[in-house]
Design a protein around this ligand. Structure first.
Ligand code: HEC
Length: 152
């Protein structure tokens, strides 16, 4: 009977329980899949559009800024299936996450309106506000997001 209370076996049993619990948690929340999330594609496009705006501002091409701003304000969103993975992970931080996206929306909209008026100074101020909103979300969520969904 000593076999069953052998501490080594008890440890192995506990370890395998821990491993299967982790595997279960990963399967249910979709953690650590390594596969790029669609959000990354959205971000790559946001990055391109912000770079194009910076270029247009340098040329003082306000019409081009006005045309680009709505692409940033109303950027694409991940499909519902991906949101269903992100939302449970965000938990009680979901409002905060959405809040940063809302800030981008408002600042980019403001930038478009300023550009339509041909108001260079206001356009540049709103551009800075937009970029600050990108940064604020990244500082809060980017690293934990990457760690959770890619395991790195
Ligand atoms: C609501 C939160 C949030 C906002 C707002 C946000 N981002 Fe991101 N961003 C993320 C997260 C989360 C990641 C990590 C995504 C991933 O690696 O799959 C990311 C990643 C990125 C990346 C890296 C993509 C890569 O290939 O690794 C770029 C570039 C980027 N964002 C640009 C922007 C720009 C530009 C804005 C503002 C116009 C912005 N983001 C606004 C959350 C946000």
């Amino acid at each position: 009977m000593r076999f069953f209370i052998n501490p080594v076996w008890a440890t192995v049993a506990l370890l395998s329980l821990a491993v299967s619990t982790t595997a279960y948690a990963q399967a249910t929340t979709g953690a650590n899949t390594q596969k790029p999330m669609y959000l990354k594609t959205v971000m790559t496009q946001l990055n391109r559009d912000m770079q194009s705006v910076a270029g247009a501002i340098s040329k003082e091409d306000w019409a081009e800024v006005a045309a680009l701003a709505p692409k940033i304000a109303s950027h694409q969103q991940p499909p519902m299936s991906e949101k269903m993975r992100i939302l449970p992970w965000l938990g009680s931080n979901a409002d905060k996450f959405r809040g940063f996206d809302e800030q981008v929306h408002r600042a980019a909209t403001e930038m478009g309106e300023a550009a339509k008026r041909g108001d260079g100074q206001a356009t540049i101020n709103a551009f800075a506000k937009t970029q600050q909103s990108c940064l604020a979300c990244h500082q809060n969520f980017r690293k934990p997001f990457v760690t959770h969904f890619y395991g790195k």
